[in-house]
Every structure is written in structure tokens, then in C-alpha cells.
Ligand binder design. Structure first.
Ligand SMILES: [Zn+2]
Length: 414
């Protein structure tokens, strides 16, 4: 856990978007994983189970509070409406006994009792399947089936979806569908590696679901028809990245800016040596996202920094006073004549939303300050834009993953 605490400290203020943020934070949370990883080996004829199966992902779609008949003014907010793109839904109890068949289902809980289409039901858990087509909830269609169960005065709606269908869906929101097939294969493998980690963590914690459907984990919005993403998932089916027989912490950011991760000061790499890449990525250099620049007047800077420094005088100078070996800013000096204030890199970063990474220089001209930087994100693991350029240069997904996660291997988990 020490390594994960280090990472958390390093990353806690990093601005990330989409999967990057959720991936990082969730994987940190998944750091409780200590059990060895078991594999299910497959060939065309037989399937040999060598450990727990990770073939179905349990995704929490929503939680619905129980209805309180005496005080609640918005009873309809406590009702879950489920429909289908086909013709009929079927509700069963945990023994597979049919409870009801209908084209639409509404479920709610009153005083601890489940009601299905207005009828009282003694079961605490139900499965809902669509007999044809996809099951629908809140305007989205899903593969697999829904489980409804109660926990802590809430009704949980969980989509139980095959692993590969889940990855395919996640790529639609977390990947770049317009990018080449080969780079989407890279993303499919990192996404799969991530969710397997989460499934193991949920199993250990005895949680009723594996992941949320939001960017708290990976954004998941059900089925889509993007063929390139389906192909990327199909052609990497069951493959994850492992190190020492365990799924890795498959971190990635948008653009690494050419920073060498092994030189980053705040990260202890002992437990994830595959993140300590000792050579730079130069592939993202020609991408628009590689460089960023922001210019602020002294007054604007003063206004922003007041959030961190009380009674801050008007600013005359802003200088980087400490960098780590990777070139990331660790400390800056804010000055006003004789009065000087030191801020750490994270404090300045948290005040200025235009800063995209910790790798930047500062220049002053008259009463303006220009910060010029490289990269977007935390500089660890896979560089998404670099991977895209590698594909354009003819690299395949295995070579890309080996480049960004040295010492790991692609392993088939199902
Ligand atoms: Zn890069």
C-alpha cells in the first residue's frame, strides 16, 4: 500500500479527464489486491478453469432510495422503470422461478418490501432479463441482465454484463473511436486489465458490484454500433497486461510530454517497476496536445494565488526554484520586492486550471507571466497520443504496450 499512497500523493491534484482520472483513482483504491491472480486457459475445444472466473462484470447503474410513504413528496423518484428493445421482459427470483412477464417493469421498495408492477414480492433480490433485444433503463440499452437487490435502505440496480461486451461499451466513451484499430486494441487491453483489477478488489471486499458506471471507474453507457471498437475488443479478447502474474496498474495519460517516468521524484516504483520507464517517449512530440502555454497578467495571477496565500501582496516575480530529475516543478517562488513566498508545484497547479502538467517554465515580460509546458496529465504509463503516432509508424499493440510498460506481458485471462 505504501506505493499506492505515494501515487495518491503524487496524483491527488492532477487534472485528468475521462478515464484517466477514474482509472488512476480507482486503481489506487484497488491497491488492496494481494491475492495471486488465477487464469482461465482457453482453447477452441476446451476451457480449463484454473481459478476464479472473471467473465461477467457487475456494473452498478443506479441506486434508488426506499420510499417513505409519510414524508416523501416525490414518490416517482423512487420507482425504477425498465423496458426492452424487444417484446417482453421476464422477472425471476434467485432460484430462477418466474415472478412476472411483461413488456415493461416498474420496481420500488416500500418499508423494506419489493413491489414489481405494483405487486408485493417477498424476494429481496430479483433478476430481470429481456427475452429478445436489449434491456433498457433511463434511455440506455444494455447487454446482459439486471439484478435488483436491497442494501442499506437502497435498491441497487446492477447490470451483469459479459466482460468483453463491457469493454466494448466502455471504449465508446473512454477511447477515441476515430483513431486507428490498433490503438483501440491498446486501450481495450488497458481497460480490461483495469476492470479485472477492480473485480478482484470487489471480490476481496465482498462488494455486491464491481464498478460504478460513471467516471468514478470507467464511463459505461451500454450498447453501441461502432464496428472499429467491436473489432478492437474481439481481436484482443481476454488479453490483459500482467507483471509477476498479476494484472498491472495500467495507468495512462493523454500526453506524456517526453518526461521520463523513472526520474519523477514523488513516486516510489518498487511495487510497480513497469511504470519506471527509463527512456523517453518522443512519439507524441508532433501532436497538438504536446505543448501548452498560458499567459496571465500580474493582477490575474494575484487574484488566483490568493486562494493559496493569505494577504498576498501584488506580484512582481514568479520563478521555478526546484525541479526533480524528470524536470517536473516542485517549488516556485512568488515575490513582491522584499517579500517572498514559496509554493509547492501542486499549490500553483491547483490555482491555475490552465496548467496541464508539472513540466513547465515561467517567463516574465512587463507585467505578464507566461507558463510554457509539455504534456497533459501525470506522465506515468501509457501516452495515448504517443500510442496513436506509433500506430501510424507501423507499431502493433504488443510493441506499444511493451514500450510503455516495460517488463510486462500480454496474458490471456479468459
Ligand atoms: Zn508521449
Amino acid at each position: 500500500m505504501q506505493f499506492l499512497n505515494y501515487l495518491f500523493s503524487y496524483l491527488s491534484n492532477i487534472r485528468l479527464h475521462g478515464i484517466n482520472r477514474c482509472l488512476v483513482l480507482s486503481i489506487l483504491y484497488a491497491g488492496h489486491i494481494t491475492q495471486p491472480f488465477f487464469f482461465t486457459r482457453t482453447n477452441k475445444q476446451t476451457q480449463i478453469q484454473a481459478g476464479p472466473l472473471y467473465d461477467t462484470v457487475r456494473v452498478l447503474l443506479k441506486t434508488v432510495p426506499h420510499i417513505d410513504q409519510h414524508t416523501d413528496q416525490h414518490a416517482d423518484q423512487h420507482v425504477v422503470l425498465i423496458s426492452t428493445t424487444g417484446e417482453c421482459l421476464q422477472v425471476c427470483d434467485t432460484n430462477g422461478k418466474k415472478v412476472i412477464k411483461a413488456p415493461t417493469i416498474d420496481i420500488q421498495v416500500k418499508k423494506g418490501i419489493l413491489y414489481v408492477n405494483g405487486k408485493k414480492n417477498r424476494q429481496s433480490k430479483l433478476h430481470i432479463t429481456s427475452l429478445s433485444g436489449h434491456i433498457c433503463i433511463d434511455g440506455k440499452s444494455y447487454d446482459g441482465y439486471l439484478s435488483c437487490m436491497q442494501q442499506h435502505n437502497e435498491l441497487l440496480i446492477i447490470n451483469e454484463v459479459p466482460l468483453e461486451e463491457y469493454i466494448c461499451s466502455v471504449l465508446h466513451t473512454e477511447s477515441w473511436p476515430g483513431w486507428p484499430l490498433e490503438v483501440n486494441k491498446v486501450f481495450a487491453i488497458t481497460s480490461r486489465t483495469y476492470v479485472i483489477s477492480m473485480m478482484m478488489q470487489a471480490q476481496k471486499a465482498e462488494r455486491l458490484y464491481h464498478v460504478h458506471n460513471s467516471n468514478r471507474h470507467q464511463t459505461y453507457q451500454g450498447v453501441h454500433d461502432k464496428k472499429i471498437l467491436k473489432d478492437a475488443v474481439k481481436q484482443t479478447e481476454g488479453i490483459i497486461l500482467t507483471h509477476d502474474n498479476k494484472p498491472i496498474i495500467a495507468m495512462f495519460d493523454s500526453c506524456c510530454g517526453g518526461v521520463i517516468p523513472a526520474h519523477i521524484h514523488d513516486v516510489e516504483f518498487n511495487h510497480a517497476p513497469y511504470l519506471a520507464r527509463t527512456y523517453p517517449c518522443t512519439h507524441c512530440k508532433r501532436c497538438w496536445i504536446y505543448n501548452w502555454q498560458v499567459t496571465l497578467t500580474a493582477d490575474e495571477l494575484h487574484e488566483r494565488l490568493q486562494r493559496q496565500v493569505k494577504k498576498l501582496k501584488p506580484i512582481h516575480g514568479l520563478h521555478v526554484t526546484k525541479r526533480d530529475k524528470a524536470g517536473l516543478v516542485q517549488q516556485v517562488l512568488v515575490s513582491n520586492g522584499r517579500k517572498k513566498v514559496h509554493l509547492d508545484g501542486k499549490q500553483l497547479y491547483s490555482c491555475l486550471k490552465e496548467i496541464k502538467s508539472f513540466c513547465y517554465t515561467i517567463e516574465k515580460e512587463k507585467d505578464t507571466f507566461t507558463l510554457s509546458g509539455r504534456g497533459y496529465g501525470h506522465h506515468l504509463g501509457l501516452c495515448q497520443w504517443g500510442a496513436r503516432e506509433m500506430v501510424r509508424d507501423g507499431w502493433d499493440y504488443r510493441r506499444i504496450l511493451k514500450f510503455y510498460y516495460p517488463g510486462t506481458k500480454c496474458t490471456r485471462c479468459a
